[in-house]
Design a protein around this ligand. Structure first.
Ligand SMILES: [Zn+2]
Ligand SMILES: [Zn+2]
Length: 279
């Protein structure tokens, strides 16, 4: 099994989604590693952000324990100051030819040299910090730039912030899938924001100017006389920004008429008078 040492630690990270940490950028042949890898493994994580952070964008620092390039040998695997020498096993070719005798005859197959991992050279003295692997495990912060308008389930690709490969092979990428915590008042659907506004019976009947909460602060909305419960008003451009343009979605305000449950004696008298007038 691959994946030993694929643990990722951070208090910001949802651990439920860490099962799939294998890189998809590896080259495998027939289930065994037969060719050189071109990039380290990728890391996939889920990051939870607040409603407003997703709307306006935010920079988040997360902490990951992962392989990073060894800073002692710069990923080369040799102790600083020592040389690289030609690999004895493959004589510098990086490949070894194996002869296999089978029922059908003798086959020669070329494989990657296990001594130098196909590099053709090995360190004269192994780096003490990384034991010549060229990478070490370390917990370190990564800053994730979350753009304004990102939506739930979208993935940000942070190039080169995955696992460092062995022997100076470039790091894989970090894939951050965004999960947005819902807001108690604003209900986001795509780039539009749905919002419910309560008004009184008299405001609905007579009309009024009402303060409406938006993500930019309060705005005035003119409610015409005879407004019905459930009626919707659109505040253009008060929604969530689009990722790739300066456009914004809308805020849709749905009116809910408050029906009072407890009335004072004088309020009751007023409603009785309305009833006498067929209202
Ligand atoms: Zn090293
Ligand atoms: Zn070799």
């Amino acid at each position: 099994m691959r994946g030993s040492g694929q643990r990722v630690d951070s208090e910001n990270i949802n651990f439920g989604n860490l099962g799939d940490l294998f890189g998809d950028l590896f080259s495998f042949g027939g289930g065994a590693r037969t060719s050189r890898t071109h990039q380290g493994q990728s890391i996939k994580i889920e990051l939870v952000v607040d409603f407003r952070e997703a709307v306006f964008g935010v920079v988040k620092e997360i902490f990951l324990e992962r392989y990073i390039k060894c800073d002692q040998c710069q990923g080369q695997g040799n102790e600083p100051g020592s040389k690289l020498i030609t690999c004895n096993r493959c004589r510098g070719s990086g490949q070894v030819v194996q002869t296999q005798s089978t029922f059908f005859g003798t086959f020669k197959t070329a494989g990657v040299c296990s001594e130098c991992h196909g590099q053709g050279q090995i360190p004269e003295k192994k780096c003490r910090q990384c034991q010549s692997h060229g990478r070490i495990r370390k917990r370190a912060g990564v800053k994730i730039n979350i753009p304004a308008g990102i939506n739930h389930g979208q993935t940000i690709n942070v190039a080169g912030q995955g696992q460092a490969g062995e022997k100076g092979i470039p790091s894989g990428d970090l894939y951050v899938t965004i999960s947005i915590r819902p807001d108690s008042e604003f209900n986001r659907q795509g780039n539009d924001i749905f919002y419910e506004q309560e008004i009184s019976i008299s405001q609905a009947v007579l009309g009024d100017k009402v303060d409406i909460k938006t993500i930019d602060g309060e705005v005035k909305l003119k409610i015409p006389d005879g407004t019905l419960s459930g009626q919707e008003f659109i505040l253009r451009g008060k929604g969530v920004p689009y990722l790739s343009s300066s456009r914004r979605g809308d805020q849709i305000v749905k009116i809910k008429i408050k029906i009072p449950k407890k009335l004072t004696r004088s309020q009751k008298d007023l409603f009785k008078k309305l009833a006498e007038n067929d209202l």
